[in-house]
Design a protein around this ligand. Structure first.
Ligand code: HSE
Length: 437
């Protein structure tokens, strides 16, 4: 029989255990598809005693992932430990330098060291595959790197964090508070160990940085991304969005503009009839606008053991077949530095919710400040408190919701600063960008 591909797995948590189970379950099919068997021959984890529900007896045990990475008896090093630092970084570097292909689900490592690791992989003529790092089971890396190799991508945007989408969905559907929904997401095991990483948008930003590199041929550069999370989103915004025909989603967006590549992560209003607006709960989705084709939207499970293991295994299968693509779609020497489009130059529609003083002249004053920045309004809604006169949360104030036509971020910021100085509103205005789709 043809020589099996020998795999070493570092990190046997939910994903590692699901991978071991899937390799066993799909053995015959994998052999047929790859032309050779795939065998997990060695593993490494912190505790040998822990019961993981999978049979590890025939696998060689390593306590040190770096030692496993250098083991001459493996062909592929699978890194499922996570984190941008050690031991993952040294182990991956060592594996690549010793001529082993690497498969990883580690978005943090790639977002920080992706280009250097790609250079190492190219030098050793081995693969560095990371399908599981973005959108888990959704084959977005292969779609960008291989499926659209002959297209120019204009824009890519997606729901890349299941925790945030779960929270926004629950807030919208069950009319629950942000804090309650976050607690539920944590109880269900969706959120990262530090939930700030999810809800403040950094998890999405790491994933976006990888997709942007593949889409635009640029070096992975997380620092070029403008990031806002979902912590300021209020149930009032979700209700208003619903009435206006929108939903609020945390999107990661990378788009070509005349000023350069705009990369941003923020709560976004999307039209309710768009494909991305249908995506609820922990599900992820990515839409790609490319030349000559209608937008492609991929939707699927973006987290979880089996979903992530499925992507890891497809990467291992590529190695078994001898398919090695440059990690970021072109040799790393041809990746360009990101020409970052400044966020102040962002153009688009805006949702603005203000608590306006309920006095004559307030609306005229707000309208004047917007007009000064040449901001044109698509709609303006003033809400009266349900019971009695204007004395709801902020004394003597009423919520006013504005939807603008496409305008510049800079103009909106300047207009709202002037409205604030005029003392016709209380509190901070809520601003949510609208994404055309
Ligand atoms: N915490 C991430 C999420 C897990 O909620 O999507 C997958 O990266």
């Amino acid at each position: 029989m043809t020589k099996p591909l020998r795999v070493g797995v570092a990190g046997i948590g939910t994903v590692g255990a699901a991978l071991i189970a899937q390799v066993a379950a799909q053995r015959a099919q994998l052999t047929a598809r790859c032309g050779r068997p795939i065998e997990i021959v060695a593993v490494c984890a912190r505790s040998k005693a822990k019961n993981r529900g999978v049979d590890l007896k025939k696998m060689k045990w390593f306590a040190d992932p770096v030692e496993l990475a250098g083991d001459p008896n493996i062909d592929v090093f699978v890194e499922l430990m996570g984190g941008s630092g050690d031991p993952a970084k040294t182990a991956v570097e060592f594996a690549l330098a010793s001529g082993k292909s690497v498969v990883t689900a580690n978005k943090a490592l790639l977002a920080k060291h992706g280009v250097k690791l790609a250079q190492l992989a190219e030098k050793s003529c081995v693969a560095l595959n990371y399908e599981a790092a973005v959108g888990a089971a959704i084959p977005i890396i292969k779609t960008l790197r291989e499926g659209l190799a002959g297209n120019s991508v204009d824009r890519i945007y997606g729901i890349l964090n299941g925790t945030c989408n779960y929270i926004l969905t629950r807030m919208e559907q069950e009319k629950l508070s942000f804090a309650d929904c976050l607690k539920q997401a944590q109880q269900l095991g969706y959120a990262e160990a530090d939930p700030a990483f999810d809800i403040e948008g950094h998890d999405t930003a790491q994933k976006l940085s990888l997709m942007a590199s593949l889409a635009f041929g640029t070096k992975v550069d997380q620092s070029a991304i403008y990031v806002e999370g979902i912590t300021s989103i209020d149930a009032a915004d979700l209700a208003a969005a619903d009435e206006l025909g929108y939903r609020v989603k945390l999107l990661g967006v990378a788009v070509k503009t005349p000023q350069g590549i705009e990369q941003r992560v923020h709560p976004t209003m999307v039209r309710k009839d768009s494909a991305i607006a249908q995506v609820m709960g922990v599900t992820n989705a990515v839409t790609i606008d490319a030349d000559g084709i209608n937008p492609i939207t991929l939707i699927g499970p973006g987290a979880g053991g089996a979903a992530t293991a499925s992507a890891v295994l497809s990467d291992i299968a590529d190695v078994a077949r001898g398919q090695t693509a440059p990690p970021f779609g072109r040799p790393s020497a041809l990746l360009t530095s990101v020409r970052k489009a400044p966020m102040q130059r962002h153009e688009g529609g805006y949702y603005i919710r203000l608590m306006a003083r309920d006095k004559p002249g307030t609306a005229a004053s707000i309208a004047t400040r917007l007009a000064e920045q040449e901001i044109s309004l698509e709609s303006i809604v003033q809400r009266h408190p349900k019971d009695g006169p204007s004395t709801d949360t902020a004394k003597g104030s009423v919520p006013v919701i504005l939807i603008t036509y496409a305008t510049s971020e800079d103009g909106v910021r300047k207009a709202l600063a002037a409205v604030g100085r005029d003392k016709v509103i209380s509190g901070r205005p809520q601003v949510i960008r609208i994404e055309k789709n």
